[in-house]
Design a protein around this ligand. Structure first.
Ligand SMILES: NC(=O)C1=CN([C@@H]2O[C@H](COP(=O)(O)OP(=O)(O)OC[C@H]3O[C@@H](n4cnc5c(N)ncnc54)[C@H](O)[C@@H]3O)[C@@H](O)[C@H]2O)C=CC1
Ligand SMILES: O=C(OP(=O)(O)O)[C@H](O)COP(=O)(O)O
Length: 334
């Protein structure tokens, strides 16, 4: 039996999750919602994807353009086992009542508060917490990135301090800035540390900045160690950690630009870099402190998590079976 999946919100995350669903042999993409008949709606149709209006109120827009939709979100909800809510942050919580009304399981994204779901999720850290659940939240791209690497070394962690340098906007976004400024998040700690704690119980504080780039986020991580570890052991641990890749400045990876070029060279769809990129040379231990720097491709790192969350919610596979299956289907390197 294939799990029938719908996507509400066909934007940056929604379209990538839709694509990933079509790559799974145990899932079927039933349809996606759109609020307007823009080029993304036409492209979805060209790809054979059924397009639904996100609600009744948007129908006139489609009618005016002569774009035929299959119905509304409520019609889509009648046909699916699970809906992936990838609407703008905060909207998912409002949509939840509709999902409950139709008795459909739902996955929410990191723009929602943890309370929207029964579990916050990063597959390699807490797959088991989502088993059989009706509502799961895939945490934000930054939280996912922090969790992947910190979970791998959690036995050594006394306290984590991390600085998040966040991209101002996604590449297709023309409305957001800053254009020529660095914008601190004066709310300290930023939401990322507490968010990591919704997945793994570690001591962590984070601060965050927004900078004028669209490519990726970068994290500067400092860990106060509970017990000694050598930098080369951390390298070994990260080398053995799924969805984490080590990149060397010595091989030309001197910025996020080269990381994205690597994804392009790999012919990844939308230059997705699903893996968290850790700069190998940045892994250093000084006394009882470990330092490393990593980059997160915000548009794609949460995509495999959405797929694994679906498998966990329907108890289709155990943790490693699901992770391996998802990795293989998306060309994730390890
Ligand atoms: N872009 C990113 O870097 C990441 C975003 N997230 C989270 O994923 C969620 C979605 O974010 P993005 O994909 O970036 O947003 P987006 O703005 O690219 O896409 C949202 C889509 O929802 C549509 N939409 C708007 N109102 C709607 C409605 N009433 N019903 C249905 N669809 C509606 C928009 O037209 C758009 O296509 C948010 O919670 C965000 O915090 C998580 C990880 C990374
Ligand atoms: O939600 C995200 O993008 P957004 O800025 O489009 O809302 C990313 O996951 C980054 O969010 P974060 O920096 O709050 O973790």
């Amino acid at each position: 039996m294939k799990i029938k999946v719908g996507i509400n919100g066909y934007g940056t995350i929604g379209k990538r999750v839709a694509y990933a669903v079509t790559k799974q042999d145990d899932m079927e993409l039933i349809g996606v919602t759109k609020t307007k008949p823009d080029f993304e709606a036409y492209r979805a149709k060209e790809l054979g994807i059924s397009v639904y209006a996100a609600s009744e109120e948007f129908i006139p827009r489609f009618e005016k353009a002569g774009f035929e939709v299959e119905g509304t979100l409520e019609d889509l909800l009648e046909k699916v086992d699970v809906i992936v809510d990838a609407t703008p942050g905060g909207m998912g919580a409002k949509n939840k009542a509709l999902y409950e009304k139709h008795g459909v399981k739902a996955i929410f994204q990191g723009g929602e508060k943890a309370e929207v779901a029964e579990a916050s999720f990063v597959a390699q850290a807490n797959y088991e917490n989502a088993l059989g659940k009706n509502y799961v939240r895939v945490v934000s791209c930054n939280t996912t990135g922090l969790t992947r690497t910190l979970n791998a070394i959690k036995d050594y962690i006394d306290y984590v301090y991390a600085v998040m340098i966040r991209r101002a906007a996604d590449p297709n976004d023309i409305k957001r800035g800053p254009v020529n400024a660095i914008k601190p998040s004066v709310k300290v700690p930023s939401h990322h540390g507490p968010d990591v704690q919704t997945v793994i119980p570690i001591n962590i504080e984070t601060t965050a900045f927004v900078v004028p780039t669209t490519l990726m986020h970068v994290h500067s991580v400092m860990v106060e160690l509970k017990k000694p570890i050598e930098a080369r052991d951390v390298v070994d641990i990260f080398e053995g950690t799924t969805r984490v890749l080590l990149f060397e400045e010595g091989r030309g990876f001197s910025s996020t630009a080269q990381l994205i070029e690597f994804a392009r060279d790999m012919h990844r769809e939308w230059n997705n870099l699903y893996e968290i990129a850790v700069w190998k040379e940045s892994i250093n231990v000084k006394g009882n402190r470990l330092f490393y720097i990593q980059a997160v491709h915000q548009e794609s790192d949460v995509v495999p998590e959405n797929i694994d969350a679906i498998r966990a919610m329907f108890e289709l596979a155990d943790k490693w079976e699901s992770i391996k299956k998802t990795n293989k289907s998306l060309g994730i390197l390890k």
